[in-house]
Design a protein around this ligand. Structure first.
Ligand code: GDP
Ligand code: MN
Length: 376
């Protein structure tokens, strides 16, 4: 799960990393009060879980409390890369002398962490890395040893950061480890004209597997950026959004993956997939179908079930019950095989829904779903 900037900065503060004074609000009137408390002039910053807010108009200076109210009114509700702004953070502006980039990120391939640092912070690190790769230091960090002062000094030296950032690098590692994060990023870390080192922006991605001991952040979005995935997760469904046109429902990860391949093999692309797992109850079917049908990209739906412990007649019952609660708006191709397949097919035949058809093989079902998607 990604945290908002104001949540990341809360963690930084708790671990002794200095940040500018700031407060969060969703009200323009309150923004005026906050600006007054912070000394009048403020930076108004959209709170959205995406970078590049500055370029998108989501980071603006306001000269006085009245301007802070107006700017807050403008930024609230704004769309930034598909994220709607619900809150802003008002921060006391700082005089920047230099902007740096520092982050720790999980390096799955290496089985460790990577410190990424650059003396050219402020802009997106990908842009710096593309234009001047030598300006970005990448230093492996052994998770068992962590970032000691010596390691931090090595990182700072490699990136050309001032020695005063060493302490921040050590504390940022504490944030990563103690808060169960997979990524911590500060961009920019700044040196002010007064010589302070401050984290001006922060990104923290928490490890969802450690959610049970990081309860303070709640289930907010559950790490899902896609609204359909978030809705499905809220209903306990294993759903993944893709970008094609055939909706796929199957039981078991292996069968679902094969079904995606079968769809692709027929010249179509999966729009999304849902793994109904072992328990293909009517409720799971109804909830799953509802999510898949609400996806405007979906033009046909393919249900591919191999009955094992869950018998095909139970799955067919689930589909029939789902058809009673969800209005089917797109063609549904069903392939049932395995345990009690004949009884399952008979149940669907008896229901005789005009938009439901059956196929006996996975490839046949995929071909038909692809055809229907392309003729829809
Ligand atoms: P991002 O665009 O989402 O990465 O948002 P940031 O919080 O990093 O802000 C973008 C840029 O705005 C920073 O790199 C700074 O150059 C600038 N900025 C943000 N806060 C301040 C501030 O207090 N003072 C000054 N001078 N610039 C700031
Ligand atoms: Mn930034």
């Amino acid at each position: 799960m990604d945290l908002y900037e104001h949540q990341a900065r809360e963690l930084f503060e708790e671990h002794g990393i200095s940040v500018p004074r700031a407060e969060v609000t969703d009200s323009p009137k309150e923004a005026r009060e906050i600006a007054r408390r912070l000394g009048g002039r403020v930076v108004v910053k959209a709170q959205v879980k995406t970078g590049g807010r500055g370029k998108a108009g989501g980071v603006k200076f306001a000269a006085d409390p009245a301007a802070a109210e107006l700017t807050t009114r403008q930024i609230l509700g704004m769309d930034i890369k598909g994220h709607t702004v619900g809150k802003v953070m008002l921060a006391r502006p700082v005089d920047i002398e230099a902007e740096f980039y520092v982050s720790y990120v999980l390096d799955r391939a290496a089985g460790g962490f990577l410190a990424i640092a650059s003396a050219e912070g402020g802009t997106e690190i990908e842009e710096v890395a593309a234009a001047r790769p030598e300006a970005v230091a990448r230093i492996p960090v052994d998770p068992a040893r962590g970032v000691t002062s010596a390691k931090a000094a090595e990182i700072a030296a490699a990136a050309g950061l001032p020695p005063r950032t060493v302490d921040v690098l050590v504390r940022l590692w504490d944030v990563l480890v103690l808060e169960d994060a997979l990524l911590v990023e500060v961009n920019p870390l700044v040196r002010t004209r007064q010589g302070q080192i401050l984290a001006l922006d922060g990104k923290v991605t928490l490890d969802d597997n450690a959610r049970f001991r990081q309860a303070r952040w709640g289930a907010d979005g559950a790490g899902h950026h896609d609204p359909l995935e978030a809705a499905a997760a809220a209903k306990g469904l294993n759903y993944v959004k893709l970008d094609g046109e055939v909706g796929v429902i199957g039981n078991g990860a292996g069968l679902v993956m094969s079904t995606l391949d079968a769809v692709a093999g027929c010249g179509a692309r999966p729009a999304d997939f849902l793994d109904i797992g072992g328990g293909a109850s009517a409720r799971i079917m109804a909830d799953g179908l509802a999510v898949i049908l609400s996806d405007p990209d979906v033009r046909s739906v393919l249900v591919n079930v191999f009955g094992g412990i869950t018998a095909c007649d139970a799955v067919a019952d689930g589909i029939v019950q789902a058809l009673g609660t969800v209005r089917l708006t797109k063609p549904l191709v069903v392939r049932l095989d395995g345990n009690n397949a004949a009884r399952g097919r008979a149940i669907l035949d008896a229901r005789a829904h005009p938009l439901v058809e059956q196929a006996t093989t996975m490839d046949g079902a995929a071909r038909r779903a692809a055809e229907l998607a392309h003729s829809a």
